[in-house]
Design a protein around this ligand. Structure first.
Ligand code: SAH
Ligand code: SF4
Length: 369
């Protein structure tokens, strides 16, 4: 049998329609000899009217609708669990088409987010199923890495949260499960759809990508024209401390990482540091002095985040006094820094934990492995 014949036996997974940009849709219709305005019609149905089938796109000819249905899939994520209530942080657990579980968080307008009180509704979105980077303190990495999300699975988290909550999201942080820069192509495609006037129309300055420090990808982003925001998860100000909790530091150490950040900042782009405070691990005065030097070098604002405990992990947050002293040292150096002070780290806890609980409940043996 030839390779071509063999491949005929395999069902080819359909591309999801929500992975396409307007240009892709236009190219699709042009190839079919259809009028160019069809692309915008479809985008309107997907992102303005938000229908959930091709059949509902009533201004397209019936033949076009059935052809689209043959070529593209439309499946959205299924919401498995929602935690939290209307005026608090809500967590959404989704099951994807292949059964994988991911989670997103909706943070309402009032609580302090990353230091400042926010009047925005923020969605914290996942980019991968699991995470390969295995930071020692993080629930997302505990179960290893399964796969990248495609662009539609990233965008659909936002559509599903808006549909379920009735709230309009106006701020996005890629701080859910996964390492966004390890899925850069799909991430940038999703951001184009989220940012576009024909898509979700969320301004680039309201989109934050968080990375554990993939230096080569940070260098790539330096030349990316879209002005989204970049957060570096530092969590250790020396190689010794950082390598202890973040294995990625053995691949891209601080010198390499900060060098990539220099290149990023040299392109007149700003970045910020995230620094979780973990008792007895990275919260010493010495770390604070070193961190201040890195922050000043890059003119980076630092967000200090008291650690959220993860079931099964031994790490904990330092006392309130220690948190405040750490902040004060940064400020004494002239570095701009904030400390997240809100309570309620029960559901507020970082992404990855709800998924882990559910997997353990559904399949206690496999989830422990
Ligand atoms: N992989 C990316 C983005 C997802 S994690 C990254 O690491 O940046 C988003 C942020 O949540 C990171 O700063 C991460 O270090 C932090 N985080 C992970 N587990 C946490 C926990 N238990 N408490 C507080 N922050 C946590
Ligand atoms: Fe992955 Fe980020 Fe968690 Fe590290 S902190 S394991 S990079 S999701």
């Amino acid at each position: 049998m030839t390779l071509a014949a063999m491949s005929l036996d395999l069902p080819v997974p359909k591309l999801s329609i929500k992975s396409l940009t307007l240009e892709d849709l236009a190219a699709h219709f042009a190839a079919q000899g259809d009028p160019a305005y069809r692309a915008k019609q479809v985008a309107d149905w997907l992102y303005q009217k938000r229908v959930d089938s091709f059949a509902a796109m009533t201004d397209l000819p019936a033949a076009t609708r059935s052809r689209l249905a043959e070529e593209f899939s439309f499946v959205g994520p299924e919401i498995v669990r929602v935690l939290g209530s209307e005026d608090t942080t809500r967590k959404f657990l989704f099951r994807l088409g292949d059964g994988s579980l991911i989670e997103s968080v909706l943070i309402p307008a009032s609580p302090a987010l990353y230091g400042q009180t926010s009047d925005r509704r923020t969605a914290c979105v996942s980019t991968q199923v699991g995470c390969a980077y295995g930071c020692k303190f993080c629930a997302s990495g505990l179960d290893g890495f399964s796969r990248n999300l495609d662009a539609s699975e990233i965008v659909s988290q936002l559509l599903a949260i808006e549909a379920a909550s009735g709230e309009e999201i106006d701020n996005i942080v890629f701080m859910g499960m996964g390492e966004p820069l390890a899925n850069l192509t799909n991430l940038l495609r999703a951001i184009r759809i989220i940012n576009a006037p024909w898509g979700l129309e969320i301004g680039a300055r309201h989109i934050t990508i968080s990375t554990s420090g993939l230096a080569p990808q940070i260098r790539k982003l330096a030349s990316e024209p879209t002005q989204f925001r970049l957060a570096i998860s530092l969590h250790g100000a020396t190689d010794e401390v950082r390598s202890r909790i973040m294995p990625v530091n053995r691949k891209h150490n601080l010198t390499t990482l900060l060098g990539a950040c220099d290149e990023y900042v040299a392109q007149k782009k700003r970045l910020m540091f995230e620094y979780i405070l973990i008792a007895g691990v990275n919260d010493s005065d010495e770390q604070a002095h070193q961190l201040a030097q890195h922050a000043l070098r890059l003119s980076a604002k630092t967000n200090l985040i008291p650690y959220n405990t993860v079931e099964g992990l031994e790490w904990s947050r330092p006392s309130r006094n220690r948190q405040e002293s750490f902040l004060q040292i940064l400020r004494d150096h002239g570095a701009v820094a904030t400390l997240r002070r809100e309570k309620g780290h029960d559901i507020n806890a970082a992404c990855g934990q709800l998924r882990l609980q559910t997997k353990r409940a559904e399949n206690p043996v496999a989830a422990e492995q």
